[in-house]
Structures are given as structure tokens and as C-alpha cells.
Design a protein around this ligand. Structure first.
Ligand code: PLP
Length: 231
């Protein structure tokens, strides 16, 4: 068994255990394999290992890898900061954008997209200045302003936990996001079904699953890094 298969097996066991603890079905959690730190060749191995949802955080990485794989053979998730002038580069490749947080980007999507783009609104749940995302009380007004947009659907909320080893703090930020997601879902807005929660990375995905994550974004724990030995 190669390194990647070993990592995959271990992560799958941990996901299953977290689902069991939370009384959830494994099928309610989607793994996005974050390939931002590995080459296109190694990304191919990740796809062969069975991952069909891949994440990139820079337009360059998305464009390079996105055009390498046959259309529709994999689903690309854009997880990084989006600048409005780069929306045109992202749209041809990304099926899902996890990091919507400005009206100018939303307007670019509305103007340029040729189909409906599924977006997560990024929330700064830890309210650290260094983290991107909307403040908690900005999220509802922002989503309400998107009502007339026809090319953009708010499928959920996304966050990154603060950089800490304190599990209680991490858990609290995920809980805060889940509460907000349920509040928005309850509004039953046609353009914002908001059923999903994109939260949890290599270091905290088990806590995220316990708190309701539907999409976990796993990089290093699954794919390693280009400098960190073989896949
Ligand atoms: C890099 C990245 C990840 C994956 O991080 P790991 O710690 O390597 O699992 C997840 N989400 C976002 C937004 C990222 O930029």
C-alpha cells in the first residue's frame, strides 16, 4: 500500500469514527481533497485514489490543474480569497466557491457566470482580524442583498477555525457557524437554501464533523506536501 492509500485509510477511519460519535451517516460528509500544495502529477494520484472533489486556493493552481483534467471528471472547489478581477479566471473551472465574502465578487459572478454557481459565504467566526470572512452580524444582510442575483446560489456557510490547540475554542467557532447556518436555512430564501457547512481541515475535521460539517477540506493530512516526501 502506498503512502496515499495509507493516509486515505487512516482519514476514512477517523471520519467514520467522528460520524459514529455524532450519530451521522458517513454519506452526509463530503471530503474535499485540497491539492494546493502538490503538483498536477500528484493530484492525479489523489484522483485515482478515489477523490473527485478537489480544492485549490489560488487562481493559478485552479487554472493549471483545472485544464489538465477532462471536463467533469473532477469537481473543483475554490477555497481561497477571491479578488473580483480574478473571477473570470476562476469561473471556467470552479463548480463551487467556498469563499464568497464581498458584493463586488458577487457582482462579477452574476455578470460573468454562464450557469448558476454554488457558493458558500465565508464567515469570520473567531472574529480575529487576521482571518478573512464576514463578521457574524454581517452575514444575513449580505445574503439578503443577493436576492436578485440569478447566477449565484448560497448553498452554505464556510469558516476556518482559529489557529489554536484549544479544542473548546475550535468547537465553539464551529458551533457558532452551525447556529447561523440553521438560522439562514430557516428563512427559506429561494436563492440561499444554505443547507451546508464547509468547516474542518487536517487538524480539526473530527470536531467539525461532530458539530455538523457537511464539507471538510483536507490538505496535508491526506496529500502531504510537495516538500514532505512522496504522496
Ligand atoms: C489549505 C486550506 C485547507 C487545507 O488545509 P490543511 O491544513 O492542509 O488540511 C482548507 N481550507 C482552506 C481555506 C485552505 O486554504
Amino acid at each position: 500500500m502506498n503512502e496515499l492509500d495509507k493516509r486515505k485509510r487512516e482519514i476514512e477511519e477517523r471520519i467514520q469514527a467522528a460520524c459514529d460519535r455524532a450519530g451521522r451517516e458517513r454519506s452526509s460528509v463530503q471530503v474535499i481533497a485540497v491539492t494546493k500544495s502538490i503538483s498536477t502529477e500528484r493530484t492525479e494520484e489523489v484522483v485515482r485514489a478515489g477523490y473527485g472533489q478537489l480544492g485549490e486556493n489560488r487562481p493559478e493552481g485552479l487554472m493549471e490543474k483545472g485544464s489538465h483534467f477532462p471536463e467533469k471528471s473532477v469537481e473543483w472547489h475554490f477555497i481561497g480569497n477571491v479578488q473580483s478581477r480574478r473571477v473570470k479566471d476562476i469561473l471556467p473551472h470552479a463548480q463551487v466557491i467556498h469563499s464568497l465574502q464581498t458584493m463586488s465578487v458577487a457582482k462579477q459572478i452574476e455578470k460573468r457566470a454562464e450557469r448558476v454557481i454554488d457558493c458558500f459565504v465565508q464567515v469570520n467566526t473567531s472574529e480575529e482580524d487576521s482571518k478573512s470572512g464576514l463578521a457574524i452580524d454581517e452575514v444575513k444582510p449580505f445574503i439578503e442583498q443577493l436576492q436578485s442575483f440569478e447566477r449565484l446560489r448560497v448553498v452554505g456557510l464556510m469558516t476556518m477555525a482559529p489557529f489554536t490547540k484549544d479544542e473548546a475554542i475550535i468547537r465553539q467557532t464551529f458551533r457558532t457557524l452551525a447556529t447561523l447556518q440553521r438560522e439562514i436555512e430557516a428563512l427559506q430564501l429561494q436563492h440561499a437554501p444554505c443547507h451546508f457547512l464547509s468547516m474542518g481541515m487536517s487538524n480539526d475535521f473530527e470536531i467539525a464533523i461532530e458539530e455538523g460539517a457537511t464539507h471538510i477540506r483536507i490538505g496535508t493530512a491526506l496529500v502531504g506536501s510537495e516538500s514532505g516526501g512522496s504522496v
